[in-house]
Design a binder for this molecule. Structure first.
Ligand SMILES: Cc1cc2nc3c(=O)[nH]c(=O)nc-3n(C[C@H](O)[C@H](O)[C@H](O)COP(=O)(O)OP(=O)(O)OC[C@H]3O[C@@H](n4cnc5c(N)ncnc54)[C@H](O)[C@@H]3O)c2cc1C
Length: 420
């Protein structure tokens, strides 16, 4: 008996691999809206929608060994008795369980910001939250929006709001956007691009409160530096935290997640953890990391299931050997990053005169190239960057890297001619 908790994208990828398990699998998801897992393989979608409908109607559904149980969540786990209890009080006994509960957003109220739950303030994680925001955008034509946060979500959402003709102001505390990945030079490009699209950027301060109208709907964002910003819609993206609750205290933790080995096994037999909740050994850097990104969530899910299947067949598979990979798209921009953004950075190819921006960066540590970033890359160029970050070649001088730019990755990997 297998048990998988959480929905997209992990469950989708695990499910694909688990289909051939000769036994029953329960897939438990919180919220009806989790019924549409974003990353489910196309061929499974019809089947799943069918399953969802049956589950929502409360009927017992079973097909290909999988029960999809929606609209509830695991509220209690007991690894000693190998049982999971849902919010409806149903108790499931498992043989193996895979924890894929992901992350949830950090709310401004967690920082003690008053009125942070007023109508018109949106956080994004599940489909239902995205649906609510889409509805607000549709009904509030020519609205004024404030985006709180300058990370992935802030940047992607600000672009979406502008494209929907809202007047957008972004507020973030750092000296530049995406400070955990971007250098000041990289960030200055994106900030300039956003400003040219009409976004007002307010840096170095945070939202400290909200003013609402008589219906409890937000109308003003108060900033710590005393400024006030009118707002019909506020979108908050100030970080996420892993959802550990049902297993908290029963599994070993490290760096904010459940500690797993190279096969995503926790310290408790038959309990695996993958995706955002797993702190795993990152072989490449002889380190342990928790990675909140979609690429890792997919790959960790596949790896865990392959490990479970191999162990049952008396075989083994190699340990997970992950190359960190992050990406984002907004407006007509698209960047990819591979490796580690540590050490000294070299930004190359910045050319503001071209209509389609293209530039990149390398990070050098202990004389080796350990990270690579590219805006506007082709699939082949991005592949070359990934190879570079994985192989970590000796870095030439900064001047040479600057002069060669993307060429260095292409030539090192011999994948084709430069295209800067
Ligand atoms: C708005 C937004 C934009 C993003 N953009 C990017 C991007 O551009 N690039 C990128 O790489 N990453 C991005 N991410 C991050 C990426 O989506 C996550 O890293 C990834 O979804 C993690 O997958 P997961 O399966 O571990 O968790 P999640 O996708 O969070 O899924 C966990 C699921 O488990 C369910 N669940 C939680 N607790 C329980 C319980 N007790 N019982 C049953 N079910 C439960 C949740 O409801 C949820 O459906 C973005 C995230 C957000 C929110």
């Amino acid at each position: 008996m297998g048990m998988l908790q959480g929905s997209s994208p992990i469950s989708g990828y695990s499910l694909e691999n688990l289909q051939s398990f000769p036994r029953k699998l329960w897939l438990l998801m919180s919220g009806l809206h989790s019924a549409r897992p974003t990353y489910f393989p196309k061929e499974l979608l019809g089947f799943l929608v069918f399953m969802c409908v049956l589950a929502v109607e409360g009927k017992d559904c079973y097909q290909n060994g999988i029960d999809l149980i929606l609209g509830t969540e695991v509220v209690k786990a007991d690894v000693a008795s190998k049982t999971l209890t849902t919010a409806y009080g149903a108790v499931y006994k498992y043989g193996t369980t895979l924890v894929a509960t992901g992350s949830t957003f950090i709310k401004l109220s967690d920082f003690g910001v008053p009125d942070a739950d007023a109508h018109g303030i949106y956080y994004l994680r599940e489909i239902k939250e995205a649906d609510a925001l889409v509805q607000a955008i549709k009904t509030k034509k020519d609205a004024v929006a404030v985006v709180v946060g300058g990370g992935y979500i802030g940047l992607e959402l600000a672009a979406v709001l502008v494209l929907n003709k809202l007047k957008v102001t972004m507020v973030y505390p750092g000296p530049w956007c995406m400070p955990r990945l971007f250098t000041t030079h990289i960030a200055s490009f994106y900030e300039g691009y956003y400003k040219a699209k009409g976004v007002t950027i307010v840096k170095g301060t945070v939202a400290s409160g909200f003013e609402t109208d008589q219906h409890g709907h937000v109308k003003l964002v108060k900033l710590k530096d005393g400024r006030e910003l009118p707002a019909d819609i506020v979108v908050v993206g100030v970080g996420a935290r892993p959802v550990l609750a049902p297993f908290k205290g029963q599994l070993a933790e490290e760096k904010g997640g459940f500690k797993v080995d190279g096969f995503f096994k926790t310290n408790v037999p038959d309990v695996y953890a993958v995706g955002d909740v797993a702190t795993f050994p990152l072989k490449l850097y002889s380190d342990t990391r928790r990675v909140e990104h979609v690429d890792h969530s997919r790959k960790s899910a596949i790896h865990a299931v392959q490990a479970i299947k191999a162990a049952e067949a008396g075989n083994s598979i190699p340990e997970y050997d992950y190359l960190p990979y992050f990406y984002s798209r907004s407006f007509d921009l698209s960047w990819q990053f591979y490796g580690d953004n540590v050490g000294e950075d070299v930004v190359f190819g910045r050319d503001n005169t071209t209509t389609q921006p293209k530039f990149g960066a390398y990070w050098i540590k202990d004389g080796k190239i350990v990270g690579a970033f590219l805006e506007g890359g082709t699939p082949e160029e991005n592949k070359a960057l990934a190879k570079l970050a994985k192989e970590q070649p000796t870095a030439p001088s900064k001047e040479t890297l600057l002069a060669e730019g993307l060429n260095f990755a292409l030539m090192t990997n011999r994948v084709g001619p430069p295209n800067l």
